[in-house]
Design a protein around this ligand. Structure first.
Ligand code: HEC
Length: 203
């Protein structure tokens, strides 16, 4: 990958993806750290780009144009593999009942910049196997001879303890970092309308 970026075949913005760069580091590629620094030196600060996106999506949300019922569908397709609202969805990430109480600003941030504040209980781990390959996942449970993790699609995978050389905690969230590219803008607003309608009872 580093070679591809250096020769211009791949975009340097890819190297913004922490889960990716964590993997490059964990794989112990010689000189990786210096090369990462050099290749990302000319990018605008990540925060600036992200802040622009967050501001644009907050400003672009107009409740009267969004449709919470269509938002249910957007949620089922993109989020339910990890999150549950009511009785729908899996429990890999936090349950999202009552999430509407957070308000628009915080929700947009949680979805589009998931690595900003990751609860320690939901940090990803980098698992280096004895053959040198590196896996990334959210630790789920210990089954004795093997450990169970969840991947980016919410699917569980197991790794025999015997195969594990090292495990390191990553700062990143299991939530896919590129939601703004996965979900088209109009659908994103429908999703927001749906989530904002999820208020804890009694409030
Ligand atoms: C692959 C699993 C996965 C997918 C897919 C996913 N999430 Fe998450 N989500 C997580 C995990 C793990 C956390 C907890 C760590 C964190 O804060 O990033 C989280 C955190 C959140 C939070 C903050 C919750 C809290 O209590 O702090 C919100 C809100 C959220 N996700 C919304 C969404 C929405 C909306 C979608 C779909 C567009 C989505 N997520 C897709 C795994 C996922």
């Amino acid at each position: 990958l580093l070679d591809a970026v250096a020769s211009g075949q791949a975009s340097a913005t890819l190297l913004r993806d922490r889960s990716l760069t964590d993997r490059i580091r964990a794989a112990g590629v010689a000189g990786a750290e210096e090369r990462l620094l050099k290749l990302t030196a000319n990018l605008p600060p990540a925060n600036e780009q992200t802040e622009k996106l967050l501001a644009a999506r907050r400003a672009g949300y107009h409740p009267e144009k969004a449709d919470a019922r269509r938002g249910v569908d957007v949620f089922s397709r993109n989020c339910a593999v990890c999150h549950r609202v009511g009785t729908t969805g899996a429990l890999i990430g936090p349950q999202l009942d009552g999430v509407g109480n957070r308000g628009l600003d915080r929700l947009v941030e949680d979805i589009l910049d998931p690595n900003r504040n990751v609860d320690a209980a939901f940090r990803m781990q980098m698992i280096t196997r004895k053959d040198g390959t590196v896996l990334a996942g959210l630790f789920r449970r210990d089954e004795g001879a093997q450990l169970v993790f969840a991947d980016f699609t919410g699917k569980e995978f197991t790794v025999p303890k015997n195969d594990i050389q090292a495990r390191a905690e990553s700062e990143t969230s299991l939530m896919p970092p590129a939601m703004s590219e996965i979900i088209p803008e109009p659908e994103f607003y429908d999703l927001l309308a749906f989530l904002l309608s999820q208020r804890a009872t009694g409030q």
